[in-house]
Design a protein around this ligand. Structure first.
Ligand SMILES: NC(=O)c1ccc[n+]([C@@H]2O[C@H](COP(=O)([O-])OP(=O)(O)OC[C@H]3O[C@@H](n4cnc5c(N)ncnc54)[C@H](OP(=O)(O)O)[C@@H]3O)[C@@H](O)[C@H]2O)c1
Length: 365
């Protein structure tokens, strides 16, 4: 019997998503012995585990080995060299949200190392970085790059959009709720039935339930949604310069932009409840509800992020919990859009997108 081929795996980041991915990788390695998947490097920002011989790190003990390791991470250029010098093909899994790691993708790809990641930074940063990544990947011998979980976590958003574009459909508009936090906030602040809570109380509740970033302003400024829209707009063919190059509505009152902490922000937010009540009441007068959405008008080359009103029967209005919803309007689908809906955050579902991307890389090696 022929010996199993080997593919080396390097992982940067072992937080919420990283740990779930390791568990999925362990199951995958057991289910599919060929190619043999060997974890040869794992790091967080301060610790690492690796050897000059690329010795396999047990997938079941990787997290504890990392915790007790006295090795420090390799600098990114040295890591790229280390990985490219192994005899086996290598896939780098970036489970961080680091811009520095993202900036190094062109180097890894040009050395033949493939990349799989849920990190939005590389694809929603400067347009130059976007071009550098895909041209490095397209070079002869360049690595493959997949980032399904950078939009909508494990929901098949990016692969669906790529399939639409690559099979020759004409995407005219993309619209949806792209943030689990914003989804939760508006589904409870302006529900389709009942009156909903006060805005500041809903933000406080979302923070207590762990749905917001430690400082809720990092969700309310709209930048996370703008980054996701940047990625989708570029995949749909628009040369979006950056996530700040189109209108993004921030829900942070001007007066609270510079308060020192997230806690002080939450204490003072009730002073601004009347503004959000007015917005809700204006929508109600028209029989509608307000939602925080992102939209891309492909023909008009316009991208925007902010509040919009929807009929109560609209799929965006009747979303539940912290789900995401993404509607693709295309020539083939006509006036009934192709809709993808479900959990857009969480370690297991995000790691699922990463693992399915890894399978795509393995199929292409
Ligand atoms: N969680 C979700 O539901 C979700 C959904 C969709 C997408 N994502 C994306 O998935 C990625 C990971 O999210 P997460 O929730 O797992 O984050 P997390 O829990 O904060 O974990 C991040 C990990 O990355 C490491 N890290 C950060 N900067 C690093 C650097 N420069 N070099 C090496 N390691 C570094 C951290 O190490 P230290 O602890 O040492 O700093 C930590 O192990 C992010 O890009 C996020 O946007 C997450």
């Amino acid at each position: 019997m022929a010996a199993a081929r080997q593919v080396n795996i390097a992982i940067i980041g072992a937080g919420g998503v990283g740990k779930c991915f390791l568990a999925q990788l362990e199951q995958l390695a057991q289910r599919r012995p060929n190619p043999k998947l060997v974890l040869c490097y794992i790091s967080t920002s301060r610790k690492a585990v690796y050897s000059n011989e690329y010795s396999p790190i047990g997938l079941d003990i990787a997290v504890s080995a990392l915790a007790s390791s006295s090795q420090t991470p390799l600098a990114l250029p040295s890591l790229a060299e280390y990985l490219s010098e192994s005899d086996a093909k290598t896939v780098l899994i970036d489970n961080t949200s680091s811009q520095d790691v993202a900036n190094a993708y062109p180097l890894f790809l040009s050395l033949g190392v493939s990349i799989v990641t849920p990190n939005k930074k590389a694809f929603s940063g400067s347009y130059k970085l976007w071009k550098d990544i895909f041209s490095a990947s397209a070079q002869p011998g360049g690595g493959r790059v997949f980032h399904e979980s950078s939009v909508g976590a494990g929901l098949p958003v990016i692969s669906t959009l790529k399939d639409l574009v690559e099979t020759g459909d004409e995407v005219t508009k993309i619209e949806g709720v792209f943030s689990g936090t914003m989804s939760f906030l508006f589904n409870s602040f302006a529900p389709t039935s009942g009156s909903g809570g006060k805005w500041s109380a809903e933000v406080k509740k979302a923070k207590e339930l762990g749905y917001t970033e430690p400082d809720p302003r990092d969700d309310l400024n709209g930048l996370d949604v703008a980054r996701k829209l940047t990625i989708l707009a570029r995949l749909a063919g628009l040369e979006v310069e950056s996530p700040t190059s189109f209108p993004v509505q921030s829900l942070i009152p001007k007066e609270l932009e510079s308060v020192a902490s997230g806690d002080e922000f939450l204490e003072r937010l009730p002073e601004f409840d009347a503004q959000m009540e007015e917005t809700k009441a204006a929508a109600e007068k028209e029989g509608k509800v307000v939602r925080f959405v992102g939209g891309i008008d492909v023909a008009a080359k316009q991208v925007k992020v902010g509040l919009e009103k929807f009929d109560r029967s609209h799929p965006i209005a009747s979303l539940k919990g912290s789900d995401n919803i993404i509607s693709f309007y295309t020539k083939r689908y006509g006036s009934n859009p192709l809709i993808i809906q479900g959990a857009g955050a969480g370690g297991d579902v995000t790691a699922m997108g990463v693992t399915s991307d890894l399978l795509k890389v393995l199929a292409s090696l």
